[in-house]
Design a protein around this ligand. Structure first.
Ligand code: NAD
Length: 481
């Protein structure tokens, strides 16, 4: 049976206390391995290794760090199939999706920041006879990186690459539910020749490992992606220490379809935005708001397209909807179906656990993609993040009402709007309370742009130069003339 280990100081090490958690394959419901259930003592060893590695790593010129990151990217590329298989197995997502999106993106993250660090610069101001004022940007030291289960390697590397590029060393914690690709990344870093201690990976549960990282005085910044509830807890723990914090949290994203939308594109992309990765992407459009004149037609066509999606074994090439990541999340999704019924919603398709997709997957966590109508904007189903293949569609009367409905949740991660009216597109985009707005598109982004949410979806921004700024301290130096 597969037994994962922590990656500390360039070595794979068992947890000091020898405790493990089971690794469950969501498609089968079977245990296929175990992952360290680490404790504060393991985190302390990782921090010590990172502190030891910091002086040499941070002293390397940017092109040398860039070359290291590029070698990691190349090694991910060479081992892409192994990573995709591991990711599909421990996450339940279709293997085709892991091959097409998650693993190439992890490679891109390293490539992107390998390039970005060679272009990163700080300001200098000539003040004439008075003097000269410039900004030094220096790495912070040891940083803590905590990531969720939904895009395990994609989001893990989105933090690791800029942290290392900027000259920091890191203690990183993947989700205990999906740790397999993170464990492979340790091996990849070793193969790529990354110096020992620059990246340390500690597996385990949030309250034990995550909180030990967040509260350690030696950890100068924490970058977290996950739920709003855990983000709040991290914020409470970290605030008294004044360490830098970046929090990327939950969402309840609106997909606003105006009557003049480019219909076929809006329909096809809305279905994709609803159900990709079983609806378990923080950017999924789970609230679909349709302008009244188009509403009935849109619902009918959306339901027909949803019915055509194939729920299946993640390993099958023609599977659209794989397994839900865990039994707990599977049950949560089903509880929301009960809530929808209790709130008076009508389940237009899906809503059931399907018959076994094949013999191998008989014990797996599958759920039909579900479309709910008849619930108003204040219903729990339209206010709370479900994070599964469950969407709600409701109508709006005009632009003002559409905007009010879209902005009516505590979240503000992303929003999509569909219209052929150029002026309205810009007007509505500016008023949507969301950190990312897509006009007539979804999930397209230049990695140079800042990424993050508003309201309870995020604090701080990741991506591009913003990430390099987060992972450095600006020092203002003035030289008298
Ligand atoms: P989660 O908050 O339960 O866990 C995220 C990570 O935090 C895990 O590694 C977990 O072990 C750790 N953790 C848990 N408790 C902790 C604690 N007390 N202290 C420190 N660390 C702790 O989230 P999840 O269920 O893994 O992921 C789903 C959530 O992530 C959804 O809410 C989703 O919207 C969000 N998400 C947000 C983004 C974004 O960019 N905004 C991207 C992906 C996922």
């Amino acid at each position: 049976m597969l037994r994962l280990a922590n990656f500390i100081d360039g070595q794979f090490q068992p947890p000091v206390a020898g405790q493990y958690l089971p690794l469950i394959e969501p498609a089968t419901g079977q245990v296929y391995g175990e992952v360290p259930d680490s404790e504060a003592v393991d985190v302390a060893a990782a921090i010590a290794a990172a502190e030891h590695a910091f002086p040499a790593w941070s002293a390397l010129p940017a092109p040398a760090r860039s070359a290291h990151l590029m070698r990691v990217a190349e090694t991910i590329h060479a081992r892409a199939e192994e990573l995709a298989q591991a990711e599909s197995r421990d996450n339940g997502k279709p293997l085709s999706l892991a091959r097409r999106v998650d693993i190439p993106r992890a490679e891109d993250n390293f490539r992107f920041f390998a390039h970005a660090i060679t272009q990163f610069h700080s300001e200098a101001y000539d003040m004439g006879p008075q003097g000269f004022n410039y900004t030094l940007r220096r790495p912070l030291g040891v940083v803590g990186l905590i990531s969720p289960w939904n895009l395990p390697l994609y989001l893990f590397t989105w933090k690791i690459a800029p942290a290392l590029a900027a000259g920091n060393t890191a203690v990183a914690k993947p989700s205990e539910i999906t740790p397999a690709t993170a464990a492979l990344l340790g091996d990849i870093c070793r193969e790529a020749g990354l110096p020992a201690g620059v990246l340390n990976i500690v597996h385990g549960r949030g309250p034990a490992v995550g909180e030990a990282i967040v509260t350690a005085p030696a950890v100068k910044a924490v970058s977290f992606t996950g739920s709003t509830a855990v983000g709040r807890r991290i914020s409470e723990l970290a605030t008294p220490t004044f360490k830098k914090l970046s929090l990327e949290m939950g969402g309840k994203n609106a997909n606003l379809v105006f009557a003049d939308a480019p219909y076929e594109e809006a329909l096809a992309t809305s279905v994709r935005a609803a159900f990709t990765n079983q609806g378990q992407i923080c950017l999924c459009g789970s609230r679909i708001l349709v302008e009244q004149p188009l509403y009935e037609r849109f619902v009918e066509d959306f339901v027909a397209r949803t019915r055509a999606l194939k729920v299946g074994d993640p390993l099958a090439e023609d599977t659209d909807i794989g397994a839900i990541v865990s039994e707990a999340q599977w049950q949560k999704d089903q509880q929301y179906l009960e809530i929808a019924r209790a709130e008076g919603g009508s389940i237009r398709c899906g809503g059931q656990v399907p018959p076994p997709v094949n013999a191998r997957c008989a014990g797996g966590y599958f759920l039909e993609p579900t479309v709910i109508t008849g619930l108003g904007p204040q219903c729990r189903v339209n206010q709370e993040e479900i994070f599964g293949p469950v969407v709600s569609i409701y109508p709006f009367a005009d632009e003002e009402e559409g905007l009010a409905f879209a902005n009516s949740t505590p979240y503000g991660l992303s929003a999509t709007l569909w219209t052929s009216d150029l002026r309205r597109a810009h007007r509505v985009a500016a008023r949507l309370e969301a950190g990312i707005v897509w006009i007539n598109s979804w999930m397209v982004r230049d990695l140079r742009t800042p990424f993050g949410g508003m309201k309870q979806s995020g604090v701080g921004r990741e991506g591009g130069m913003e990430a390099l700024r987060f992972f450095t301290e600006a020092k203002n130096v003035f030289v008298a003339g």
